[in-house]
Design a protein around this ligand. Structure first.
Ligand code: FE2
Length: 284
């Protein structure tokens, strides 16, 4: 049974994104926010302080990130720490995101993602045999929420063919004041510009680099995608999009899930790899 009507499907094909207000049940959205708050409360930043206070900061941060594909990990905002390594806005106000496998490892996230409605939307946009690849709980905290520069999700999650599709759920109102998404309508038809790849598929300490295929994305024509809490924004993997910093006093929580089709060849040069003990799963 389809979820998207013909008009919505046509809009997604034309624009590369689709805004569906009221998609998320209020209780489900509140439940996800509450679960994220519990996770943050249980997270001890001291465990990872060394990541940010040693002279090998970049390398250790890379490893922490590159090995997070099958974990639930916490990533700080760039501006979270002062010169002495102390959190400027406390733990709660400093986390950028939680990632990247809570959709498989946490029952609340699992249930939020694996609903007939989300599965139906995936089917409606052409994912015949969808796999849930990555999830991120994004805080975009007041005052220090960082910008996300213009990118295509397929840069970071590339398969052959490109089938990666983003499900971006607004858990709080997202506005131009607190760093909503911006997108370039139709920009998904201009090809993949870059791939982010591991230097060594099997060595997380070896780092990453970008392979460039085309000119930088022309950001003229970008439109703000303001989204009240409960909205699903569906993003084609090739759609250029970005979000501004949050300098406002209001947080902008969102949850994003990325799926790809099982028929796509997902190379081992992708940054995100799952351990053999945690194979990718579909909606069932
Ligand atoms: Fe993105």
């Amino acid at each position: 049974m389809g979820i998207l009507d013909a008009k919505q499907q046509a809009a997604f094909e034309r624009d590369g994104f689709l805004v569906i207000e009221g998609f998320v049940d209020r209780d489900a959205g509140d439940g996800l926010r509450a679960r994220a708050a519990e996770m943050v409360a249980a997270f001890d930043p001291a465990e990872h302080r060394s990541v940010f206070s040693t002279h090998e900061q970049e390398r250790t941060s890379d490893e922490y990130f590159l090995s997070s594909g099958g974990e639930i990990r916490f990533f700080f905002e760039e501006e979270a720490f002062d010169e002495s390594g102390e959190l400027r806005h406390g733990k709660d106000g400093s986390i950028n995101k939680i990632g990247h496998a809570q959709h498989d490892l946490d029952p609340v996230f699992d249930a939020f993602c694996r609903t007939p409605d989300v599965a139906g939307v995936a089917r409606d946009v052409g994912l015949v045999d969808a796999l849930l690849l990555q999830s991120m709980y994004i805080f975009k905290n007041p005052f220090i929420g960082g910008e996300v520069t213009c990118h295509q999700d397929a840069t970071f999650l590339h398969g052959d063919p490109i089938t990666v599709t983003g499900f971006w759920f607004a858990l709080e109102d997202a506005t131009t004041d607190n760093g909503c998404l911006w997108a370039i309508p139709g920009g998904h038809r201009t090809g993949l510009r870059k791939k982010f790849v591991r230097n060594d598929p099997f060595d997380e300490s070896a780092g990453t680099h970008f392979v460039t295929y085309g000119p930088d994305i022309d950001q003229r024509g970008a439109v703000a995608v303001e989204a009240p809490a409960g909205t699903l924004v569906l993003l084609h993997g090739l759609l250029p999009h970005f979000s501004g910093p949050n300098r406002s006093p209001k947080s902008r929580h969102a949850f994003s899930l990325h799926c790809l089709d099982a028929t796509a060849d997902y190379g081992n040069d992708n940054w995100l790899q799952r351990p053999p003990s945690l194979p990718l799963r579909g909606f069932a």
